[in-house]
Design a protein around this ligand. Structure first.
Ligand SMILES: C[S@@+](CC[C@H](N)C(=O)[O-])C[C@H]1O[C@@H](n2cnc3c(N)ncnc32)[C@H](O)[C@@H]1O
Length: 370
């Protein structure tokens, strides 16, 4: 009898302990990371519902989303994808979709947590209509690659304290039917832009030329640290969008002053003279075998001796071996490496990085003579 009452008391104490713990977690007005990390399905479900209501009803959405970030809620939400409970996965995806719809800056955080891949995995794992719809919408928001959408991209260090990136730029995107492949911000463009900002010694104090700028992600970002950047592309509609995006970002950040726009068609224009750049960038510009000769020519004619062209290129693109040959034919030293994946953690394809340095042929000829 006494043994039984002891066991009963012990069980009661444990239950009380758990109740205290739960009431501490349930009773709080905000959801804590610990509650999402618990093994208690009921607590997780309640917390997720509370979180969804809280985001939906919070009038100051941006600060609410920052607050979730500072409490480590986003990684905990993604961890719940592995949960066995269908209802929990449904709620997590709904919460992520709601967060992703609200704020482009938050999307950068979700992307850096590999949100796109994690959501894509759900598309393969589940047949539940709600999960599929919400996951697809969230992926679209994270990529922000809908026509005529504004794609926000955070660059540099992210401060958990202020919930902001060192730099935040926005790019108005176009429609494929109007401007072909120039229509959107490409992952290789974001990646190269981040690499540029990570390598200021190459760009600071320099005049930089960008070829095939599209909507301008890499060139405009390079404008944050370079002396001057000339961004170029070749149709009126793209040039207009580039001008709009330069203006938009000059309003967003006072650091951006010296970015100018000019039309330059690799195939039909002569390279303006004088046009001697030490540094040229151009992300995702190798994609069409028919264009690589014209592209290589423009690079050759626009670079000073010993100048360098930097580009990123998804490994699946066409024209890569032809581009390498075209550059080597022009006596360039071509270094091809795998682009570090941390610059574009959620891209679908691996990306190459090319550093093409123009050999100082004149100097070589002079040295041979001497
Ligand atoms: C795949 S997009 C990359 C855009 C941008 N650099 C990015 O990473 O987001 C290729 C770019 O090359 C440009 N392009 C194609 N042919 C061109 C030409 N003949 N002259 C100038 N630019 C050209 C396109 O307009 C487009 O903007």
């Amino acid at each position: 009898m006494s043994n039984n009452s002891n066991a009963l008391n012990r069980l009661k104490a444990i239950a009380q302990q758990q109740a205290n713990k739960s009431s501490h977690l349930y009773g709080d007005s905000i959801v804590k990371r610990e509650s999402l990390q618990s093994n208690d399905s009921k607590l997780i479900t309640q917390s997720l519902n509370k979180l969804i209501d809280w985001i939906n009803n919070n009038s100051n959405t941006k600060s609410a989303l920052k607050d979730l970030d500072s409490r480590g809620i986003y990684p905990s939400m993604f961890q719940l994808f592995n949960h066995y409970d269908l209802e929990i996965v449904r709620l997590v995806v709904r919460a992520i979709k709601i967060v992703a719809l609200k704020d482009a800056a938050t999307n950068e955080i979700l992307r850096s947590l590999d949100g796109v891949h994690l959501l894509e995995q759900l598309l393969e794992q589940y047949y539940d209509a709600e999960i599929l719809n919400d996951a697809a919408t969230a992926i679209e928001c994270l990529r922000r690659c809908a026509p005529y959408s504004v794609r926000g991209v955070g660059f540099g260090k992210y401060s958990e304290q202020t919930g902001t990136f060192q730099w935040y730029l926005e790019f108005y995107q176009l429609h494929f039917d109007d401007v072909g492949v120039a229509w959107r911000v490409w992952d290789g463009g974001i990646g190269l832009a981040k690499w540029v900002l990570d390598n200021p010694s190459i760009f600071e104090g320099k005049d930089v030329l960008e070829l095939g700028s599209g909507v301008g992600v890499c060139g405009i970002a390079a404008g944050l640290i370079s002396k001057n950047v000339l961004v170029t592309d070749y149709t009126d509609k793209i040039i207009q969008a580039l001008q709009d995006n330069v203006k938009r970002n000059m309003r967003l950040t006072s650091q951006l002053k010296n970015v100018t726009v000019q039309a330059l068609d690799w195939v039909n224009d002569d390279v303006p003279s004088p046009f001697g750049y030490e540094v040229i960038i151009g992300s995702e510009v190798i994609y069409d075998v028919k264009l690589v000769e014209a592209l290589a020519n423009v690079i050759y004619l626009s670079l000073t001796p010993n100048g360098t062209f930097y580009t990123t290129c998804a490994t699946v693109r066409e024209g890569i071996p032809e581009f390498i040959k075209a550059m080597q034919d022009r006596d360039f030293n071509v270094e091809q490496t795998n682009f570090p994946s941390h610059y574009i953690p959620d891209t679908k394809f691996d990306v190459y990085f090319f550093k093409c340095t123009k050999k100082n042929t004149l100097l070589k000829l002079q040295q041979q003579k001497e």
